[in-house]
Design a protein around this ligand. Structure first.
Ligand code: ADP
Ligand code: MG
Length: 593
């Protein structure tokens, strides 16, 4: 572990100073050129169709890059949401004689609502269940499209679909679709750097850690799912206007799989990957058209091509290119903070920060925690010790809301948090680290700590926006001695440093009470000494800490107060030295003769 450095030079990167839109001017220039090309070049009908398909499909695949790439949730019904948009424009402009724009918006809203409903009812499940539910939903939608003839015209589909007066020609409409692609692409590209985007990435990387860092996990997933569905709806609406005809076979389960393959092939993590994957999967069949005289050969080569790409580029084509590019570029220098980390402004409130009364947690017949009382005084270090399996981690998990208490009461600063979900407890002022480190592994150290700093109710951030957030996160990283490595990915840090990042993440949130679960576990003796020194500096700022640790030297030196558990029950509690000499404690650790 490197020594903490408080006097780093200020090298805030120059790019940060430029306004966002100016920095992204090249993107907008490229987009404008593409729109102009789409409007001005004279494509024949065949090329025009391919371009129209690629453009509209890409927008639907952007949705998958949000839900799967950013948030890690599967959606096997994107073709159904695409169909909602397409039929809204189809039926709306023909049967109902409504304005195109109204129908386009209606399609997005219907898809969004369906996505939000499906998400709210199923995203608690996750994994295979979510896949199964979305497949069923897709099948139901297809059945309705085929069989509800009065509404959807059944297998015949809807023809003569209208376009807006402004874009009556196919070229003009294509230019409009390309412009939409550029706008949606820009928004999706920047989503990861927003609060919602960071929350989605955190949920994808580690749901538990996301929850205890103040993120509402279910709501984040529902937002991602609904956003994906809405993009599907938008894409479908554009598609219907482009081809003037829709039928149920265009929105079947197989098409959902095609969308998914497009996103995986190009690289699900980025909208650029989505566009590449979509273009490629539309173009490959065209390139292989000359093979169509030999039955089966075309499909075999097509399949082999897709399998080879996914086998050798697991992160998709863009992921592969990106990784290669990252190896070439020198590591970006971390900007250094200008101020030292401040923790816990003088709080109003009682003497007792945490008041735990009769807390129990049973796992079936096992009483992991059994009627435990703990009172943590403000501004001190309170240790929770006990032999292995005595219920220490379980106590912390119940305190931070990962487990529901079987009975008992938890008051944090006088607020009853017993039945709150983890993110609300974090908002109420609880911070924690885990016995087995839980960082967001696809992110940099800085991004990890920013998520901590973003805690709702963090008075140290205020309305300063993203600059204040970064500043706060850098201060916290600097505090633990890792400020100069802020832009490195988690995987490049040693185990000891990862622990420090986890502590920095909790500190950046400016908690009222910090729970540390065996922070010294797995550290070597030098790292332990440095951790010890860090804890002293944290305690010196007056932050209240409840720490679990096995290292008696650390515990006896750092903690003023100790609670001892054995077999889930509290066997001693009080001033450190007295507790460590208590005969029950000695026998719990060393055994009686
Ligand atoms: P400590 O952190 O003090 O070493 P724990 O709190 O991890 O102990 O575990 C206390 C007891 O609860 C152990 O017997 C453990 O096996 C049991 N336990 C912990 N978590 C679970 C769980 N999720 N399900 C069932 N039993 C558990
Ligand atoms: Mg434990």
């Amino acid at each position: 572990m490197s020594a903490p450095s408080d006097n780093m030079p200020i090298t805030v990167s120059a790019g940060r100073a430029k306004p966002l839109l100016l920095r992204h001017l090249p993107y907008f220039i490229c987009a404008a050129v593409l729109v102009a090309l789409a409007a001005g070049m004279q494509f024949d009908g065949y090329v025009l169709n391919i371009l129209m398909q690629a453009t509209t499909f890409s927008i639907a695949v952007f949705g998958l890059s949000v839900v799967l790439g950013l948030c890690g949730q599967i959606n096997l019904a994107q073709a159904a949401f695409f169909g909602f948009g397409a039929y809204a424009v189809g039926i709306g402009t023909t049967d109902l004689h409504l304005n195109y724009w109204l129908c386009l918006v209606a399609g997005c809203v219907i898809a969004l609502a369906a996505g939000a409903f499906l998400g709210m009812s199923t995203l608690r499940l996750g994994g295979h269940y979510l896949a199964m539910v979305t497949i069923s939903f897709q099948q139901i939608v297809t059945l309705v499209m085929i069989n509800d003839i009065a509404l959807t015209h059944g297998p015949d589909g809807v023809s003569n679909i209208g376009r807006p007066a402004l874009f009556q020609t196919s070229q003009g409409y294509l230019a409009f679709c390309v412009a939409m692609l550029a706008i949606v692409g820009y928004l999706v590209w920047h989503l990861p750097d927003t609060r919602l985007g960071r929350a989605m990435r955190a949920v994808r990387d580690n749901e538990l850690a996301a929850g205890v860092n103040g993120i509402d996990v279910l709501r984040t997933k529902v937002y991602a799912f609904a956003l994906c569905a809405a993009l599907g709806g938008l894409a479908g609406g554009l598609f219907a206007g482009g081809f003037a005809y829709v039928s149920p076979d265009q929105f079947a389960f197989a098409d959902s799989i095609v969308f998914l393959t497009m996103s995986l092939l190009g690289g699900v993590a980025s909208p650029i990957g989505s566009a590449i994957g979509t273009g490629l999967l539309i173009l490959i069949p065209e390139w292989l058209r000359f093979l169509k005289s030999v039955p089966g050969l075309y499909l075999a080569i097509y399949g082999l091509f897709v399998i080879l790409i996914i086998r050798f580029m697991p992160d998709g084509i863009w992921g592969f290119v990106n990784a290669a590019f990252a190896r070439w570029c020198a590591k970006a220098k971390a900007p250094a903070p200008s101020a030292a980390l401040k923790l816990m402004p003088a709080t109003v409130g009682g003497d007792i920060v945490l008041d735990v009364k009769g807390l129990s947690k049973y796992f079936g017949g096992l009483k992991a925690v059994d009627g435990v009382d703990i009172q943590v005084k403000r501004g001190g270090v309170h240790a929770l010790i006990g032999p292995n399996g005595s219920g220490k981690t379980t106590t912390l998990n119940v305190l931070s809301g990962l487990y529901r208490a079987t009975s008992g009461k938890i008051l944090l600063d006088g607020t009853d948090i017993t039945n709150m979900p983890p993110h609300q407890r974090t908002a109420a002022g609880l911070g924690r680290t885990f016995q087995n480190i839980r960082l967001f592994r696809s992110m940099t150290a800085l991004e990890n700590v920013e998520i901590g700093a973003e805690r709702p109710g963090n008075t140290m951030i205020g309305e300063g926006g993203s600059a204040a957030l970064t500043e706060r996160a850098l201060e916290a990283l600097n505090f633990v001695g890792l400020g100069s490595r802020a832009n490195e990915l988690i995987s490049s840090f040693s185990y000891g440093h990862q622990r420090l990042i986890e502590i920095a993440r909790a500190l950046a949130a400016n908690p009222t009470l910090l729970l540390l679960d065996e922070p010294a576990a797995g550290l070597n003796s030098t790292e332990k000494l440095e951790l010890h020194e860090l804890l002293k500096r944290i305690a010196a700022q007056g932050l209240t800490i409840l720490i679990i640790d096995h290292d008696m030297t650390l515990v006896s030196e750092a903690a003023q107060h100790i609670t001892v558990l054995n077999f889930g029950r509290r066997i001693a509690d009080g001033e450190s030295m007295a507790v460590l000499r208590h005969p029950d404690v000695v026998s719990a650790y060393l055994g009686t003769e």
